[in-house]
Design a protein around this ligand. Structure first.
Ligand code: KIV
Length: 285
């Protein structure tokens, strides 16, 4: 097993091999996702929605991401582990940004970080983070931390002006040293154009098949999220249904005393039982 690095992710693009990325937020899920053979695992701030039950990603803290990173870290060896920089963790100052990146890497075990947007300060901080030896993944198109600006899950890049802006930002992130860029909810033709214009890979979510790789939120993919499911999500399993069926069956078994069975219980030896059963008689007298 060879550990996947940022360079390997770039090489996959140049080999024409689509890059398989997914989120994972806990130990058993991450172990399963690795077993299934992904290249990159993101501990994204969607954990605020699919795990914590908030309706946006904005409440997620650096502590939250570090906590989930450390669970995933213990479970995986091969895939590259990327930690998402939550809202306001990289906007305040260079010092705070670097301290937060340090926590993600040292405490959480992240091998790279992802941050949204390409503001001038974001580009400067991207260079500093890479200068400290930590690979950075960009995120353009729909950026969920700007939900109150863009609205909820809105396609970006539909006008020529927006498309030009996203392309320019992608080139700027590449110039700043990013090893990959997530393109979220961008029209497929624009995603294809950007993917061809860049040396580094694009990783699409709702941005069509011409991206160099794809990422989805695992909870969406396996049917374990009750919130809104956008049209780009392909639900390949029904974990909610499977779990509900199992719990319902458990309830029926418990109520009908068909669980636990003898073989699922521990028995006393005959001798001990003889002695202990006297206690029951004594208690009755
Ligand atoms: O937090 C997340 O899950 C993400 C993906 C949507 C790329 O940023």
């Amino acid at each position: 097993m060879v550990k996947v690095t940022a360079n390997d992710i770039i090489k996959l693009k140049h080999a024409g091999t689509p890059i398989v990325c997914l989120t994972a937020y806990d130990f058993p899920t991450a172990a399963t996702v690795e077993e299934a053979g992904v290249d990159l695992i993101l501990v994204g701030d969607t954990l605020g929605m699919v795990v914590q039950g908030h309706d946006t990603t904005l409440k997620v803290t650096v502590d939250d991401v570090v906590y989930h990173l450390s669970m995933v870290r213990r479970a995986i060896a091969r895939p590259m582990l990327v930690g998402d920089m939550p809202f306001m963790s990289f906007q305040k100052s260079d010092e705070k940004t670097m301290a937060n990146v340090g926590r993600m890497v040292k405490e959480g075990g992240a091998e790279a970080i992802k941050l949204e947007g390409a503001q001038p300060e974001t580009l400067t901080r991207t260079r500093k983070i890479i200068g400290a030896g930590v690979p950075v993944m960009g995120h353009l198109g729909y950026t969920p931390q700007s939900v109150h600006y863009f609205g909820r899950r809105v396609v970006r890049g539909k006008t020529a002006a927006q498309a030009k802006d996203i392309l320019e930002n992608a080139l700027a992130l590449q110039e700043a040293g990013c090893f990959a860029i997530v393109l979220e909810m961008v029209p497929w033709q624009l995603a294809g154009l950007i993917s061809r214009a860049l040396r580094i890979p694009t990783v699409g979510i709702g941005s069509g098949v011409e991206c160099d790789g794809q990422i989805l939120v695992l909870h969406d993919l396996v049917g374990f999220y009750r919130g809104y499911s956008p049209k780009f999500v392909r639900k390949l399993a029904d974990v909610t249904g499977a779990m509900r069926d199992a719990v319902q069956e458990y309830g029926e078994l418990v109520r009908s005393r068909r669980y636990p069975a003898q073989e699922e219980s521990v028995a006393l030896t005959e001798d001990v039982w003889k002695e202990v059963s006297r206690l029951e008689k004594a208690a009755e007298d």
